[in-house]
Design a protein around this ligand. Structure first.
Ligand SMILES: C[S@@+](CC[C@H](N)C(=O)[O-])C[C@H]1O[C@@H](n2cnc3c(N)ncnc32)[C@H](O)[C@@H]1O
Length: 192
């Protein structure tokens, strides 16, 4: 996953999604720390929420090289061990597809964000092309089995708004290097 997710295209996307982060940030599905080089100067602490110890091990060199203090704060987006209204921003890159109970996780994200602060996200999900969407539905069970529970058919904006967020900005596009079933992308900011 570390290799697959560290393409030039993804680096460009990461730099956009991480721009404007500041203060105390919670990164959900921290993975192998591929966003760490893109944390802006104004970020001083990142709480990494990540279930896989192996991913945190791979991230160690990136964390070491960063100006940011990264704390491994929890294992599950569904239960974040932080106080209400304690985060200046939450970052999620290609993670809402993989969290089993994504509604509960978004409730937790909203709880820990300071009022008016934002979830910065880039996610993939259900295609607006009905033919592609049907294919996504067919291959989703195998995809979940092969790639850590990754869903292909999640309606990301609907899931975010039904958790009570207001989407402040969002672009949708086909990822340049991904097949259609995997690359329909939602990138933006949603305020708590
Ligand atoms: C496709 S990877 C993306 C990793 C990273 N965000 C990136 O951009 O490279 C999905 C991540 O979600 C994590 N994940 C899976 N279930 C999770 C959960 N319940 N809570 C938080 N993260 C979870 C996985 O361990 C993995 O690191």
């Amino acid at each position: 996953m570390n290799a697959v997710m560290s393409t030039d295209e993804n680096r460009e996307i990461r730099s956009r999604v991480c721009a404007d982060l500041e203060g105390t940030v919670v990164e959900i599905g921290f993975g192998s720390g591929l966003n760490v080089p893109f944390y802006p100067e104004g970020v001083h602490t990142v709480h990494a929420v990540e279930p896989l110890a192996r991913s945190m091990d791979i991230a160690a060199g990136r964390i070491e090289a960063s100006h940011v203090e990264v704390l491994h704060t929890g294992l599950s987006g569904e239960r974040i061990d932080l106080a209400d209204a304690s985060a200046d921003a939450v970052l999620s890159t290609w993670t809402l597809c993989s969290i089993p109970d994504v509604d509960t996780a978004l409730g937790e994200i909203r709880r820990i964000l300071k009022p008016g602060s934002a979830l910065h996200f880039v996610e993939h999900g259900i295609s607006p092309d009905s033919k592609v969407a049907r294919r996504q539905g067919r291959i989703e069970p195998l995809n979940k089995a092969l790639f850590g529970g990754c869903h292909l058919t999640r309606d990301i904006p609907a899931i975010i708004t039904s958790a009570g967020f207001a989407i402040e900005s969002m672009t949708t596009y086909q990822h340049a290097k991904e097949p259609k079933a995997f690359g329909w992308t939602f990138e933006g900011h949603a305020s708590a």
